[in-house]
Design a binder for this molecule. Structure first.
Ligand code: NAD
Length: 429
């Protein structure tokens, strides 16, 4: 099928590429001309495992193209996906100006029947607004349908998640777009759930808030573990083997971040408030998450006492493993807090250093993870990159002026670290 994706970011680029991979003809639109030029020249604006090769393959096959013109994108396809940002505003509500802008651009370019599918994460009832906007700004008298098709990919695993989704959610108002949506997704062999638009929009916010809640739950348990000498990983394993609970999202840490959970949580709290419901449970999820960072920071201060002029090595800058995304990264927040107290930082991340350079200044960026500790008073692990587990611990211990390691991601075994001679402080153990 001929498909257009408007917004070629983490979601749009991966979605467009995977659609092309299963045989659809895809145009990816972005208003960022530099990004479009880079993609047209074979460059990659983001790091996502496996994406580079897949983009090249589908461009070469003539199934994937890039343009900065929404008009061209709308003209070329019958189904238009919207994957633009929906950032938070100061009060936690969602800035829908990108969605509105795209709806207007689509309306202006429409000359025949189109299905407009929202993939961005949006407040419930946004579909109605998109419909109204298109009706209002469409010059010609053209029929169209709006659908909601929330995206559940995880950065760092996005290609795999797109190619092998647990389920596809499609919200519609009428039956007319259903067949096309089923055809688009048929090659992915996943269950397709057809709902009304409001339900589809709600599924996304409800799912993300639940996952954030699960993380805050285990982080709260980690506090109890620390107070009692229990081990949060053992508690999580014991809980997670219960099929009703599951082990995923039960890893205690210095807290979650990224461009989705924090914003989707505050959006959902705000939406609920506007609908007359005080979603106190989710406010508590936010509170626990913020407190988790503060508790971790306190651990560092309690151990090192005065941070001014202390040299600290930090491993990890991305908000989680396998990505170069630093948006609302707890690792960056931690670095900034340490800097504010006067600490001098040596930092490393396998993929996110280039992006970090724009926001994290006056630190030493170190290419080799095993060299970060050199001459430092302590080291911190802030992101759960799997390669950090292969750190040369003997070398790290010897090159630190004091063998102190703060692990915000529980990557190592407590007893083993102590046997190696580390003063090792982790979360909930
Ligand atoms: P992003 O910032 O990586 O990409 C958005 C792209 O849209 C940018 O390249 C931007 O230049 C472009 N854009 C903005 N306005 C435009 C316009 N008017 N016309 C054309 N292009 C325009 O954002 P993202 O992370 O891909 O997120 C997009 C949406 O998907 C958000 O609503 C987000 O909440 C949701 N989402 C994100 C993830 C994720 O892991 N990143 C997962 C699921 C859902």
């Amino acid at each position: 099928m001929k498909l257009t994706i408007i917004g070629t970011g983490y979601v749009g680029l991966v979605t467009g590429t995977c659609f092309a991979e299963v045989g659809h003809q895809v145009v990816c639109v972005d208003r960022d001309e530099a990004k479009v030029k880079l993609l047209q020249a074979g460059g990659m604006p983001i790091y996502e495992p496996g994406l580079d090769e897949l983009v090249k393959k589908n461009v070469a096959a003539g199934r994937l193209t890039f343009t900065a013109s929404t008009k061209e994108g709308v003209e070329k396809s019958d189904v238009i996906f919207i994957a633009v940002p929906t950032p938070p505003q100061e009060d936690g509500s969602v800035d829908l100006s990108f969605i509105e802008g795209v709806a207007r651009d689509i309306a202006a370019a429409m000359t025949s029947y189109k299905i407009i599918v929202d993939k961005s994460t949006v407040p419930v009832k946004t579909g109605d607004k998109v419909s109204e906007t298109i009706k209002r700004y469409c010059k010609a008298k053209v029929e169209f349908d709006v659908a909601s098709n929330p995206e559940f990919l995880r950065e760092g695993f996005a290609v795999d998640d797109l190619m092998h989704p647990d389920r596809i959610v499609v919200g519609v108002k009428t039956q007319r777009p259903v067949q096309a949506m089923k055809e688009i997704y048929a090659p992915f062999n996943a269950p397709i759930i057809i709902t009304d638009i409001n339900s589809a929009e709600l599924i996304k916010h409800a799912a993300n808030s639940f996952l954030a809640l699960k993380i805050s739950y285990i982080n709260a348990i980690s506090v109890i573990c620390e107070a009692t000498g229990a081990n949060v990983q053992e508690v999580a394993n014991g809980m997670g083997m219960d099929a009703r609970i599951g082990r995923r999202f039960l890893d205690a840490s210095l807290g979650f971040g990224g461009s989705c959970f924090p914003k989707d949580l505050s959006a959902f709290i705000k939406i609920s408030e506007q609908l007359g419901y005080d979603f106190g449970l989710l406010k508590e999820v936010q509170r626990i998450n913020a407190e988790q960072m503060t508790r971790f920071f306190k651990k560092i201060v309690e151990t090192l006492w005065v941070l001014k002029d202390k040299r600290i090595g930090v491993l990890g800058l991305a908000f989680k493993q396998n990505t170069d995304d630093i948006r609302l990264s707890p690792a960056i927040e931690l670095c900034q807090r340490l800097q504010k107290e006067g600490a001098v930082l040596r930092v490393h991340d396998p993929k996110a250093m280039e992006k970090a350079k724009a926001v994290l200044k006056n630190v030493t960026y170190v290419e080799d993870m095993n060299e970060v500790a050199e001459g430092c008073d302590a080291m911190v692990i802030a992101t759960e990159w799997p390669q950090f587990k292969n750190l040369d611990l003997e070398r790290v211990r010897k090159t630190l002026t004091h063998p102190i390691l703060f692990d915000g991601r529980n990557l190592f075994d407590v007893r083993e670290m102590e046997e190696l001679g580390f003063i090792y402080k982790s979360i909930g153990r």
